[in-house]
Design a binder for this molecule. Structure first.
Ligand code: ZN
Ligand code: ZN
Length: 237
């Protein structure tokens, strides 16, 4: 499994917001600026056909219409794009198209080949990938999901420490984790939580959703299994 960190930052940083590309096929979350970020790196956007969304906040969904227009209007592709996300994701995307004055629901159905897969806690198999979703803790934002793909890669989404974050750590070899804060709260994980989780489960974390001050603390600190990298870092697991 080839992993590329398309974005490692939080909303108000010079880094792209949290976004991960897996095997050039699955993209997890689509913050504002994703399409430009992918094109800057010469990534073949046309190969991406599964979008996994963790929750509806703009720093995880804003570029979905731009992506779909790129595939169906610009590349004129006829292929099927699967969008997997929390219950309500279809409606959210139609609202985004509406807010941007792009296609309406009828035109989306007529011209775009999208399959919406709305989930909460599920186990699904798509194109030979086994995807398990977990409800996580993101303040008042409900539902918010974390994922484990192929019992290998964990993705926390935005979450504070909760039982399902521990499950994601238990079930994965490596975790791409919300690492927003110094001290975690009920919305985001902190360095204190990551220190606890990496030691308890003896797993490595790749940090994302980093605020600049948190990035500085981890970079200067001595954390063996809490890893901070720049946007576009690649690793194979
Ligand atoms: Zn969020
Ligand atoms: Zn976020």
């Amino acid at each position: 499994m080839k992993i590329k960190l398309v974005g490692t930052g939080a909303m108000y940083t010079a880094y792209n917001s949290a976004c991960t590309l897996i095997d050039n096929k699955i993209i997890v979350d689509m913050p504002n600026g994703t399409i430009k970020q992918l094109l800057k790196e010469n990534i073949n956007v046309g190969l991406i056909d599964i979008i996994l969304i963790t929750h509806m906040h703009g720093d995880h969904t804003a570029d979905i219409p731009f992506f779909l227009k790129y595939i169906f209007n610009y590349l004129k592709s006829k292929k099927n794009i699967k969008i997997v996300g929390p219950l309500g994701i279809k409606n959210k995307i139609i609202k985004l198209f509406n807010a941007y004055n792009f296609e309406d629901e009828k035109e989306i159905e007529q011209f775009f080949n999208i399959e919406f897969i709305e989930i909460l806690e599920n186990e699904i198999e798509i194109d030979n990938y086994f995807i398990k979703s977990y409800l996580v803790l993101h303040g008042e934002e409900k539902p918010a999901l974390g994922y484990v793909i192929d019992n290998k890669l964990g993705l926390t989404g935005d979450s504070g420490l909760c039982n399902n974050i521990e499950e994601i750590f238990k079930k994965s070899q490596m975790i791409i984790s919300d690492s927003s804060l110094d001290i975690g709260d009920s919305c985001h994980l902190g360095i204190n939580d990551l220190d606890y989780l990496t030691k308890k489960y003896n797993k490595k974390v790749l940090c994302t959703h980093l605020r600049d001050e948190t990035r500085n603390i981890i970079t200067k600190g001595n954390f063996e299994n809490i890893i901070v990298k720049e946007d576009f870092y690649e690793i194979e697991i």
